[in-house]
Design a binder for this molecule. Structure first.
Ligand code: FMN
Length: 160
């Protein structure tokens, strides 16, 4: 059983959650990075992201060495970007074939919650079986670790 965690993180919050899931599952971890960095000015970056989403543009990512054919269960982690999957990760998901794979979403947000991100992931990972997500407002705290562990065991019992 091959288990993979693929995620994007702009400021480390989703990365932290991905690393906790790695500790629980022992899965391989892949971080997606945009090919051309966003502005380091937060407001400019928000504008840039809004413009590329409105235009339906695919944000290029730095290629990663992964053979998706071998993967059975893929944890997919993203920050909430305007209720959507972060753009570079969205491009990665579009580029790979998730048919008949189990996709397990996890996400972090700044107050708006899950919105339609699970649905967006299902659209991007065509043919996948998408489980309920783990949703964290900001960084996962120490007292939430039991809940995280329980969620992993519930959505992907076959990997243990
Ligand atoms: C471009 C952009 C758009 C965002 N849009 C939202 C949003 O619509 N709703 C929300 O709750 N948080 C939003 N956030 C906040 C992030 O989802 C939140 O801070 C997240 O935990 C950051 O994860 P990261 O550190 O892994 O990048 C946005 C952040 C960025 C950079």
């Amino acid at each position: 059983m091959k288990v993979l965690i693929v995620y994007y993180s702009q400021s480390g919050t989703t990365k932290h959650l991905a690393e906790l899931i790695k500790v629980i599952t022992g899965a391989d971890l892949i971080e997606i990075h945009e090919l051309h960095p966003y502005s380091s000015d937060y407001d400019k970056m928000l504008k840039e992201v809004r413009e590329e989403m409105d235009a339906g543009m695919d944000r290029e990512y730095i290629p990663v060495d992964v053979n998706m054919d071998e993967v059975d269960v893929c944890f997919v982690g993203t920050p909430n970007w305007g209720g959507m999957v972060a753009c570079p990760l969205a491009t990665f998901l579009k580029d790979h074939d998730f048919t008949n794979k189990k996709v397990v979403p996890f996400l972090t947000h700044g107050g708006a919650g899950e919105q339609d991100i699970e649905e967006h992931i299902a659209q991007l990972c065509k043919g996948a079986v998408v489980t309920p997500s783990y949703i964290s407002f900001g960084k996962v705290e120490h007292d939430e670790l039991d809940e995280l562990q329980e969620w992993v065991h519930t959505v992907a019992p076959e990997i243990f």
